[in-house]
Design a protein around this ligand. Sequence first.
Ligand SMILES: C[S@@+](CC[C@H](N)C(=O)[O-])C[C@H]1O[C@@H](n2cnc3c(N)ncnc32)[C@H](O)[C@@H]1O
Length: 260
Amino acid sequence: MSSSSPFRNVASEVLALRASSFGAEAAAYAEERPDYPDDAVLWALEPVSGRAPLRVLDLGAGTGKLTGVLLRHVTDVVAVEPDAAMLDQLRHRVPGVRAMAGSAEGIPLPDGSVDAILIGQALHWFDLDRAIPEMTRVLTPGGVLAGLWNLDDDQVPWVGRLKEVARSTVSFSRWRPESISLEGPDVLVVENARFPHGQRRTVESMAATIATHSHVLTLPADERAELTARVIDYLRSTPETAHGEFELPIVTVVIRALLH
Ligand SMILES: C[S@@+](CC[C@H](N)C(=O)[O-])C[C@H]1O[C@@H](n2cnc3c(N)ncnc32)[C@H](O)[C@@H]1O
């Protein structure tokens, strides 16, 4: 497999800081971030769904949001996550699941030991030149590698404006998950699909969700407070969001690569 990162032009120290920022607000992450829809997860697993047993690795598993959905469909799930605070949340919220410290560049599993690797909202943080050979190592022949991203649907005008309001001084330029290339000699086919869904939010919970994003977590405290105040002002003055609960439109983008 060959690969391209959407952040090729960003310094590696900046990427490392952003990639490791989530544990500072691990409990808030678990409370506020959206879940993944079942149909997106089932689509990712579809090429290997006939296998028994079906062994699935949730890589960069965080607080276990994707792990929990996977366990509704698969019994043999292992979660791997590098951040100790995120892993603590996962063990607390998804009790009994096999959960291990490790990273995409150093997966603590034997060769050919899983049929699918699913990656929620994390593939873009991996050092793909090292992670892709490592993921290929632990997959069985014909296995599946899939990245999933929950994206706020910024085609909806009030969501598009919210994204502008919530930009910070450290935000990266816009990128699309589909810009990550998983094509290569080990790969038979790469496909992608989109699954619309939503999350009930209020002004306060929406602001709390945004505060768990790495472009906010890595800001100095005063800038973080200013950004949150700006977001709250915007939501309170926008007709779609000002009055009680509202539905945040989300699209889950899935990219799956099927190995030879
Ligand atoms: C945005 S969170 C996503 C967590 C979870 N998968 C989810 O869908 O909610 C990104 C996660 O990727 C993890 N991460 C960052 N760099 C990683 C790497 N090189 N290998 C594995 N996980 C990594 C972070 O610690 C964090 O838990």
